[in-house]
Design a protein around this ligand. Structure first.
Ligand SMILES: Nc1ncnc2c1ncn2[C@@H]1O[C@H](COP(=O)(O)OP(=O)(O)OP(=O)(O)O)[C@@H](O)[C@H]1O
Ligand SMILES: [Mg+2]
Length: 1078
């Protein structure tokens, strides 16, 4: 299936700006901020035009996967977000398709990621270029050259655990199809001083540690080595182990790589023997020995090590021993031999070790070249990858830094030249008017260093070759004379008085204003390092070795080819190789990778702004941007430009029929972009200002949103409509089905309802008929019954007289009559007496006569009572009335009452009328006497009684003396208010008088009488008939009587039988009168 190509751009989803050329405003701060922002988002790559800035992430990012390789493959440079693969792809395609040789220049300080970048470029190219067994072998050899060179040329430093201690330039050669054919590696300036001495915290080259850790015991004994690092003076011990590095495993990798690259087994062994020899050289120690001429001569302390070295290298021990003690200087035909002192011997030893190692390294590079060189003679396309140390500014800068910085000056120059050249060429190609670009050209600094007549390097060489005493100071003096007036040279002692008082500039130093900043160089060691002297005796001794490799490393030791001319100095050698390199680079299309180290801690996620700022300055990155932006900041071919922005104009959207250029013209006119902001090239549009581009981008973004909305709208509309139609269709189907179902259901329901109704109606009709039929039947039956009864009646009526049907009733009635008759007859005989108090009554003979019997008894009783009453005379009637009254008043209230019932009420017990004794009394009373009786009047004071005649008339109550018959007291009945008595069986009673009445002056009366009941009854009746008032009769065992002023309580108590049955009365105190009742 064809892969759909998606057109994208670097400008999509940018974090910060992906291309610094587009940075607005452009200054150091915005530059760093942009880098930081991108770094924080894991965007470690940023462009300056076609230059890639790479910030070391110090951790593995998932951006180098085979998928990423595929993403970037055959894509335009600005199509995807910045990546080293984009640059690699661009370079590779330009090489393959446009036949342009390429070079990739990777710069940056130690630890910035140059070597990693070079490996990434190589691996990308390897991944995208042609395939096939042969091609793959070439690729593999090219890639595997890296571990070998890294083992011998890299070391752990404080800045980088895998720091390249040499500069490397590798040409990868391709055939016309773009398949790799082979390669050529050039190396520059190996830091050989590291072999004999390492700064604190750093290590010697990896290979020494790898060999000791990873070699088998067998190999070690063959090389006469011991595994213990501490046995070797040349190995620094404090940092012999590097975190995360497995030296033993790496040794195996290196051996394997050597095999792949094409080293024979014996070659690899020879190499390790040389390494062992160098290691052992360090263990040779010297001691002074006095000579006859008074000078000290150095002697080897322990010859064991020397012996082993000689065995290893096949050198005659005496030759080597002599070479460490004597130095032969040959001039013309003369040979002068001088002895070496101990210091000179050590110097010679170290020089030998350094030379041996650096020559071995060069030999390795050559050997690798031999293996990887292209086999054909056909014309090749070349891609060069330069991984060289970047600009260095240390605290103490020496010859090495000077050389390195010189190299960087040259690279900067070539960058400027090529960038401008390319820019200019592009303008010409595109037919754009060239405008002058103002930028700093560092040619003047290069000239200061490399000028053949008065350049610093020339001065140094001159000084080294000069006879007489030559020191670093004399060299500085020379510089002070020659370079004094140079703008970029600064020295305290120069003729130029500018720096006389500059204390930041010590006397033994000079300072150069490089394009990337000022660097202060210590002049000490310049001469020595430039001379790079190895005593001829030593090189000759080496040449004499039977070890083929060592012999080949020291060709100048061959006496047959003796060359009295000095070997070229290090400075001039380097200058020459830099010049070659530059020449080489100038013929190629340059691609730049500028590596930046974000922090000093080798740690991920940390971005130290000051450190980055420093690097940006000396890498001249701002300068880069300015140069790049000098003319037009942005350019793009018409097609992609039109493609990207065509939606901004009606004429070009959605399709533009004409040529792309015309389309872009229409577009820009429509958008009213000022004409000075852009120019039309032949194939590209050139935009002067990033602002304009961003405006376009903003418009595009806005428009894209609108378009997205539009598409969304239409899509949603379409979707909704489709959905709606589907729903509608479905709805109809569902409705149809539902209706059918509903109708079916309804029909069923109606049907069953009809059936039910039908059945009910039928039932009802049937029942109705049944009812009628039943009715008819019953009518018939009734008629039959009635007829039958009627007939029966008729018949019975007719025949009754012939039956004894009523005999039972008649017998019953008769029997009943007889019983009743008998009952009444018997009752007549059994009647009780006519005494109303007779309770007898015959028993009831029959139960059914019970009510009759009771009624009869009642009637009889009423009848005999009537009979009884009818016998009464008026007088007797009165007596009975009184008795009745007495009963009502006292029955069940006074204990005396029952005894009074049998006594007839006589009233006048004293026959006053007849007794002459009471003649006087009788005369005094005119009225009818109701009661005349003797009573005991109780003395109020002591309770003793006196007899008095008690008389009651119609209106008065009278008391008279019993003997004389004289009236003692007379009380009108109206003044009598109350009679009090006890409930007991005594005859005491009190007559209460109305308070304030005349009779009451002496107080109430207290009497005792045998006829109390009669007297009280008569008093009550008389008072009622006379005064129409009911006399109050109080029956109580305790009541109050008024005696004169006092109220005395009369209390009835149960007395003893001592005094017989007569109650006794006693005044207890003035408040209490006690009556004891037996
Ligand atoms: N792209 C990267 N991804 C992950 N880690 C990286 C990357 N680049 C560099 N590093 C890390 O940084 C370390 C230093 O990188 P490198 O050796 O390439 O630096 P250099 O610039 O070559 O330094 P020197 O000048 O000392 O040789 C590497 O060992 C690796 O751990
Ligand atoms: Mg490196």
């Amino acid at each position: 299936m064809a892969k759909m190509e998606v057109k994208t751009s670097l400008l999509d989803n940018m974090i910060g700006v992906g291309d610094m050329v587009l940075l607005e405003p452009l200054n150091e701060e915005t530059f760093i901020n942009n880098l930081k922002k991108r770094f924080d988002h894991n965007e470690i790559y940023t462009y300056i035009g076609s230059v890639v800035i790479s910030v070391n992430p110090y951790r593995s990012l998932p951006i180098y996967s085979p998928e990423k390789v595929e993403d970037y493959r055959n894509r335009n440079f600005y199509e995807l977000s910045p990546h080293i693969f984009a640059l690699s792809d661009e370079a590779y395609r330009s090489l393959r398709d446009q036949d342009k040789d390429q070079c990739i220049l990777i710069t940056g300080e130690s630890g910035a990621g140059k070597t990693e970048a070079s490996k990434l470029v190589m691996s990308y190219v390897a991944a995208v270029c042609g395939k096939g067994a042969e091609v793959n072998q070439v690729k593999e050899q090219l890639l595997q050259s890296n571990p070998v060179l890294e083992a011998f040329g890299n070391a752990k430093t404080v800045r980088n655990d895998n720091s390249s201690r040499f500069g490397k330039y590798m040409d990868i050669e391709f055939d016309f199809k773009g398949d790799p054919l082979g390669g050529v590696i050039s190396n520059y300036l190996l830091e050989k001083s590291r072999v004999v001495k390492q700064p604190r915290g750093e290590r010697n080259f990896h290979v020494f540690y790898q060999l000791l850790s990873g070699a088998s015991e067998e190999l070690l004994s063959k090389l006469k080595l011991e595994r213990d690092f501490s046995r070797y003076n040349y190995l620094s011990l404090d940092s012999a182990k590097v975190n995360g590095v497995d030296d033993a495993a790496n040794f195996r990798t290196v051996r394997n790589a050597m095999q792949i690259v094409g080293f024979m087994d014996h070659e690899a062994e020879s190499v390790l023997e040389v390494v062992a020899a160098v290691l052992k050289l360090g263990n040779i120690e010297f001691k002074p020995e006095s000579r006859v001429n008074g000078l000290d001569e150095s002697k080897i302390k322990d010859k064991n090590e020397l012996k082993e070295i000689c065995e290893l290298t096949g050198i005659d021990q005496s030759v080597l021993e002599r070479a460490f003690s004597f130095r032969t200087v040959e001039a013309k035909q003369e040979k002068v031999s001088t002895t070496l002192n101990v210091a000179q011997a050590y110097y010679a030893r170290d020089a030998l070790a350094k030379n041996l190692y650096s020559r071995l390294f060069s030999w390795l590079v050559n050997r690798i070249n031999e293996s990887i060189k292209a086999q054909t003679k056909v014309r090749k396309k070349v891609m060069g990858v330069l991984d060289i140390y970047g600009f260095e500014i240390f605290e103490d800068n020496s010859f090495e830094q000077f050389i390195i910085n010189y190299c960087n000056e040259k690279l900067q120059q070539i960058f400027i030249e090529l960038t401008l050249k390319e820019e200019q060429e592009e303008y010409i190609r595109e037919d754009i008017e060239w405008t002058h670009i103002d930028y700093f050209n560092n040619a003047i600094i290069c000239d200061l260093i490399e000028n053949n007549t008065n350049g610093i390097l020339a001065m140094l060489d001159e000084e080294c070759l000069r006879p007489g005493t030559v020191t670093d100071e004399t060299f500085l003096e020379k510089l002070n004379q020659v370079c004094a007036t140079h703008q970029h040279f600064e020295s305290r002692m120069s003729k130029c008085s500018r720096f006389l008082n500059d204390t930041s500039l010590p006397h033994s130093c000079f300072r150069i204003q490089h394009y990337a900043g000022k660097v202060l160089y210590q002049v000490e060691g310049f001469v020595d390092k430039n001379n790079d002297l190895l005593y001829r005796d030593l090189s000759q001794a080496m040449w004499k070795a039977s070890h083929a490799l060592i012999k080949s490393l020291f060709p100048e030791g061959n006496p047959a080819k003796i060359n009295l001319k000095r070997p070229p100095t290090a400075g001039s050698q380097f200058k020459a190789s830099v010049a070659t390199l530059m020449k080489n680079l100038q013929t190629k299309n340059p691609n730049y990778i500028r590596c930046i180290k974000p922090n000093d801690k080798k740690a991920a996620h940390i971005f130290t702004e000051a450190l980055v700022c420093h690097q940006i300055r000396y890498l001249g990155l701002l300068e880069n941007v300015r140069v790049r932006r000098a003319g037009y900041a942005f350019r793009q071919a018409y097609e992609p430009c039109l493609e990207r922005y065509k939606m901004l104009c009606k004429q070009t959207w959605p399709h533009w029929k004409g040529p792309a250029r015309a389309g872009v013209e229409v577009l820009f006119n429509e958008l009213e972009i000022p004409v000075e902001e852009y120019s039309f090239g032949r194939s590209k549009i050139f935009i002067r200002n990033p602002r304009t581009l961003f405006k376009l981008e903003d418009l595009r973004k806005q428009r894209l949103e609108d378009l997205a909305t539009l598409i969304q709208k239409i899509y949603r509309g379409w979707k909704c409509r489709t959905h709606f139609l589907l729903m509608k269709k479905s709805q109809i189907v569902i409705a149809a089905w539902y209706r059918r179902y509903a109708q079916q259901k309804r029909y069923q329901q109606i049907k069953s309802s009809a059936l039910v109704i039908q059945s009910y109606i039928r039932g009802w009709k049937a029942r109705k008929i049944l009812r009628e039929l039943k009715h008819q039947k019953r009518c018939k039956e009734a008629a039959t019954t009635i007829a039958a009864y009627w007939h029966g009646t008729q018949v019975r009526r007719e025949y009754r007289k012939f039956f004894r049907a009523n005999a039972g009733k008649k017998i019953y009635e008769f029997t009943l009559q007889r019983i009743v008759q008998k009952y009444f007859l018997e009752m007549k005989n059994k009647m009780p007496s006519l005494s109303p108090i007779d309770k007898n009554w015959p028993s009831r003979p029959y139960l059914f006569l019970d009510s009759t019997h009771k009624e009869l008894k009642r009637i009889f009783h009423l009848w005999r009572c009537k009979k009884y009453r009818d016998q009464f005379t008026d007088q007797k009637k009165l007596i009975y009335e009184e008795k009745l009254e007495a009963s009502e008043l006292f029955k069940d209230k006074k204990a005396l009452y029952p005894s009074s019932v049998g006594q007839p009420f006589q009233g006048a017990y004293l026959e006053i009328n007849k007794n002459p004794k009471y003649k006087k009394l009788k005369d005094a009373i005119e009225e009818k006497i109701i009661i005349a009786e003797v009573v005991n009047k109780i003395n109020r004071a002591n309770g003793k009684s006196t007899s008095r005649i008690f008389l009651l008339t119609n209106n008065n109550l009278l008391l008279a003396d019993q003997k004389s018959g004289q009236i003692k007291s007379e009380v009108p009945l109206v003044d009598v208010t109350k009679v009090s008595m006890s409930s007991q069986n005594d005859g005491f009673f009190a007559v209460h008088l109305k308070e304030g009445s005349e009779a009451a002056s002496k107080g109430d009366f207290l009497f005792s009488s045998d006829h109390l009941i009669e007297m009280a009854t008569k008093l009550y009746r008389t008072t009622l008939s006379q005064t129409k008032q009911k006399l109050n009769i109080e029956i109580s065992d305790e009541f109050l009587v008024q005696f004169r002023q006092d109220k005395v309580c009369v209390k009835f108590i149960q007395g003893n039988q001592k005094n017989g049955s007569v109650p006794t009365c006693k005044r207890k105190n003035n408040r209490l009168l006690e009556v004891a009742v037996p």
